[in-house]
Design a protein around this ligand. Structure first.
Ligand SMILES: Cc1cc2nc3c(=O)[nH]c(=O)nc-3n(C[C@H](O)[C@H](O)[C@H](O)COP(=O)(O)O)c2cc1C
Length: 455
């Protein structure tokens, strides 16, 4: 096994050699033109194949409304020219907020979301013209076991989980079937609001082990929402059906889902029963087919749990622990999930995750993956924080500039955990470095901390 190490590739040929030595295949294309091609979904046009992933900034105003830095983020994304802007995790109920500054969509806050969306689209229109408007998705969430609506964690869990329960001493409440049924309606209400506001789509967030993601693995839960595949997917499917049953709801429905939790079975999803580090994609594929049958044309594939095993979903150089595996294996695994699901549901547009750690070579990998049919859209997360113009540079110059790239240093996440909002401390230093420095005073540095992986 090749160890975890800092990114060291000075050319794409260096990267190709390392991949060969490690027996890994990543689709790399020197020609990135395919990323400029539009894509038709839900009878709408996405002007190019690059998307900004949902990236929470933890910078709402405390009342669930976007704050100044939230609005700034989406203006920067609009200026960056990605064909699809996937707006960040937005809670549908207060108790399901991941932090007190997470966005919350209600009748009271809807006006502020409308202003943010309109401003974002205006900026894009002024630069790229009305034919190149980004498709917009709003991610709707309940944070489940990671709910921190006020200052302290108030976990609401789908099922007990010996691996995740041990991580916090806060009292966990198992959500009842009746509460889940009611919560489905809160998602529908939020979708109706998103439709009135003018978003093209809502995403019923089912990833990263927040509540809906946890339900997918609720093998040990009893009742209507646990045990069988049908029960574990019931919440998500009910929400979609209920949204579709609302004539006034004009938004498309998209889903961001985990296809591999990397948590031992029967507490993790998309894992082999005898080896949770290995992918078992049959249930995620079954779900993707169900979604397709319900008219879901946009599925964003992710993996892992940012609180428990962050290297799985966002390979890094520096983070809370040193993973056992080299980052290229993590990239291969997460892109492979998109490939397997795209092959099973060719009618849907699969969004892949996993490009930021590759720095400028993320462009070649995104283009190669689309060329090889692994996925149809390439999503950039931390890269969008660091380098919001990434799509524009690929469109104008065919490549990314290493100097502007995300360096996977983990500071955006660290800043978030310190309560300082979230952005790129390195490339957006004017705004985020002073906040980071102030919060770090007297704190031990996470960077370079040699803690072994705990799982
Ligand atoms: C600070 C931060 C905030 C994030 N917020 C969200 C979010 O709101 N919703 C979501 O689905 N994923 C979120 N993610 C995960 C990213 O969308 C993405 O999946 C992850 O960073 C891996 O992609 P990358 O390698 O391009 O960064 C977040 C990640 C980070 C680092």
């Amino acid at each position: 096994m090749h160890p975890h190490r800092r990114f060291k590739f000075s050319s794409i040929d260096d990267l190709r050699t390392a991949l060969d030595n490690m027996g890994i295949f990543l689709p790399l294309s020197d020609d990135t033109d395919i990323l400029k091609q539009p894509l038709q979904i839900y009878k709408k046009r996405i002007p190019n194949r690059m998307i900004t992933h949902p990236m929470e900034g933890v910078d709402g105003d405390g009342q669930g409304r976007p704050g100044d830095l939230t609005r700034r983020r989406y203006i920067r994304f609009a200026e960056g020219g990605a064909g699809l802007i996937w707006f960040e995790a937005t809670a549908v109920v207060n108790e399901g907020r991941a932090n007190p500054r997470q966005l919350l969509l209600t009748r009271e806050t809807a006006t502020y979301f409308r202003a943010m969306l309109q401003n974002t689209l205006k900026v894009s229109n002024n630069i790229f013209g009305s034919d190149n408007q980004p498709y917009t998705v709003l991610q709707l969430t309940h944070s489940g076991r990671y709910s921190v609506p006020f200052s302290k964690p108030q976990p609401i869990v789908a099922a007990t989980n010996p691996f995740l329960d041990a991580k916090t001493s806060a009292t966990k409440r198992i959500i009842t079937d009746e509460e889940l049924e009611e919560l489905e309606d809160r998602f529908v209400e939020a979708a109706l609001l998103a439709s009135e506001i003018g978003f093209d789509a809502v995403d019923i967030k089912s990833c990263h082990r927040y509540l809906l993601s946890e339900l997918l693995s609720a093998y040990t839960r009893e009742g209507l929402y646990g045990g069988s595949f049908e029960n574990r997917t019931r919440f998500l499917i009910n929400v979609i059906d209920k949204i579709h049953a609302q004539p006034a709801c004009k938004v498309d429905v998209a889903v961001r889902m985990n296809a591999h939790d990397s948590i031992p079975y029967p507490y993790g999803w998309g894992v082999k029963e005898d080896n949770y580090r290995q992918v078992e994609v049959s249930e995620p594929i079954r779900l993707a087919k169900l979604l397709r049958d319900r008219g879901v044309e946009l599925i964003n594939i992710s993996a892992g749990n940012p609180y428990y095993n962050p290297h799985v979903g966002r390979p890094y150089d520096f983070g809370p622990y040193v993973p056992k595996e080299n980052q290229l294996y993590s990239v291969e695994r997460i892109l492979g999930l998109a490939r397997d699901i795209q092959a099973a549901v060719p009618e849907a547009a699969i969004v892949a995750t996993g490009f930021s750690w590759l720095r400028e070579f993320g462009a070649a990998c995104a283009a190669g993956g689309i060329r090889e049919g692994w996925f149809q859209l390439a999503g950039f997360g931390r890269q969008a924080f660091a380098y919001p113009d990434f799509a524009k540079d690929i469109i104008d110059h065919g490549k990314l500039d290493r100097k502007k790239c995300c360096i996977a240093c983990g500071k955006c996440t660290e800043l978030m955990r310190l309560g300082g909002g979230c952005g790129c401390v390195i490339q957006d230093a004017e705004v985020y470095r002073p906040i980071y420095k102030k919060l770090k005073e007297g704190q031990p540095s996470m960077v370079g901390k040699e803690v072994a992986e705990h799982v």
